[in-house]
Design a protein around this ligand. Structure first.
Ligand code: HEC
Ligand code: HEC
Length: 374
């Protein structure tokens, strides 16, 4: 197969190359945004250092009610790793959303403080900031709205918010940090705003694909370039995984789990619309190489398995998306597609956030992940 550069006459130069390659992949970029860059100081943004020209970088949307500030990111960082948020003081957000496992847990689903398991895969925190709705079925609107859910959820952290406020109030750091950040005592609303701010700050690191889009033609290998074309055309992945944030923020039935005796009905549970049966929100593919296993039930162990799943056209069922049809992909096409998916991965800026001057790590029960940051 021809490499992407060979597809266009060389005389056209890199400008046209860029604009034409992007148009079909990125046609639907339309983010209301506040530039994170202007809201955070230099140290928080070391992840940007390699990026000279960030015009195409998808800055995360920030709601006007919760402007991004360094103090909130610092506090949210600490709260994310804080086991006092759980009933037995042993489970933090990071227990399930583990930084060493792509902010997921490497398993098909997760057990909460009581040992009871949910039936859904732990989504990564890397990509949450790009979504218009939270959870696989989109039942929460914003990160702020989502953040307190797991604390009170009986099969997750199983703790009352009033207990959390009391326990955090015993720690001088939290009392002064809430005063400094919000000018108030410790409140559930402040906890939610700080956690959401940390989540927004986390994914601000350019992938090789972002750099390519910005004009660094050496950022992708020839195989990744071919994979990019397959992603946009033959395999039309970009129909749903749109733009640099690689999601249309819509819900589709791919048939995942529909062959089980009691399928998870997904979006239908929220809207009660027949057409939403078995439909789930299109996940962003940023940092996808780090966040397996895949799909809402964690049923696909590897990206190779995901590509095979799409090649076969998903799993037949009465509600299958019209976009799901068997794909005619050669072995080389599949390898190129896989190579392209890895080019969407950049890691995170957790270390940069951890080294902000105002960040204080929990004094006790330090997780191995946090220890390795120091
Ligand atoms: C017991 C494991 C567990 C703990 C603890 C936990 N989560 Fe989750 N989290 C999950 C699972 C499972 C889902 C997906 C649930 C669903 O979609 O129905 C999820 C979903 C999310 C989402 C939505 C992501 C998306 O792609 O839509 C966010 C954001 C999130 N969690 C943040 C947090 C925060 C913040 C904390 C701590 C306050 C936390 N989680 C604690 C397991 C956990
Ligand atoms: C019809 C819209 C649609 C198309 C086309 C599509 N996807 Fe998806 N993708 C989704 C949805 C929805 C999910 C989640 C499905 C679920 O869990 O039930 C998903 C899940 C994934 C996942 C797993 C993400 C995770 O975090 O678990 C990967 C990887 C992926 N898609 C890659 C691709 C590739 C590669 C292609 C092209 C071959 C493609 N997708 C085409 C909508 C789509």
């Amino acid at each position: 197969m021809l490499s992407f550069k060979q597809l266009l006459p060389t005389a056209l130069g890199s400008t046209l190359l860029l604009s034409s390659s992007l148009l079909f992949l990125l046609a639907c970029q339309n983010l209301p945004q506040q530039k994170l860059r202007s809201a955070l100081p230099a140290q928080a943004l070391q992840g940007f250092a390699q990026r000279s020209n960030a015009k195409n970088f998808p800055n995360v949307p920030v709601p006007p009610q919760n402007p991004l500030t360094q103090a909130k990111v610092e506090l949210g960082f600490r709260l994310f790793f804080e086991p006092r948020l759980s009933a037995n003081n042993q489970m933090s957000c990071a227990t399930c959303h583990d930084p060493q496992r792509g902010f997921s847990n490497g398993e098909a689903n997760a057990a909460g403080v009581t040992g009871q398991r949910g039936h859904r895969n732990v989504p990564t925190i890397y990509t949450t900031a790009w979504y218009k709705t939270q959870f696989w079925d989109g039942r929460a609107g914003s990160l702020e709205e989502q953040a307190l859910g797991p604390i009170e959820n009986p099969i997750e952290m199983n703790e009352k918010l009033e207990n959390v406020v009391r326990k955090l109030g015993e720690v001088p750091y939290y009392r002064s940090k809430f005063q400094q950040t919000f000018g108030t005592t410790i409140t559930p609303q402040g906890i939610a705003q700080a956690l959401a701010s940390f989540e927004r700050a986390l994914s601000q690191k350019p992938t090789p694909y972002d750099r390519y889009i910005d004009g660094d033609m050496s950022a992708l290998t020839p195989s990744q370039e071919r994979g990019m074309i397959i992603f946009g055309r033959q395999a039309h992945c970009a129909t749903c995984h749109k733009g640099l944030q690689s999601t249309d923020n819509k819900f589709h039935n791919l048939g995942v789990g529909m062959n089980q005796p009691k399928p998870d009905l997904g979006r239908f549970e929220v809207t009660r619309l027949a057409e939403d049966t078995g439909a789930f929100r299109t996940p962003s593919l940023r940092n996808i190489a780090l966040t397996g296993p895949y799909m809402h039930d964690g049923s696909l162990r590897s990206l190779e398995a995901v590509i095979e799943f799409y090649a076969q056209g998903g799993i037949p069922n009465p509600y299958l998306s019209n976009e799901m049809n068997p794909l005619n992909l050669s072995g080389e096409d599949k390898a190129d597609l896989l190579a392209f998916l890895t080019a969407l991965t950049a890691g995170d800026n957790l270390k940069e956030i951890a080294s902000l001057p105002g960040v204080q790590l929990p004094g006790e029960r330090l997780s191995p992940a946090l220890l390795s940051l120091r």
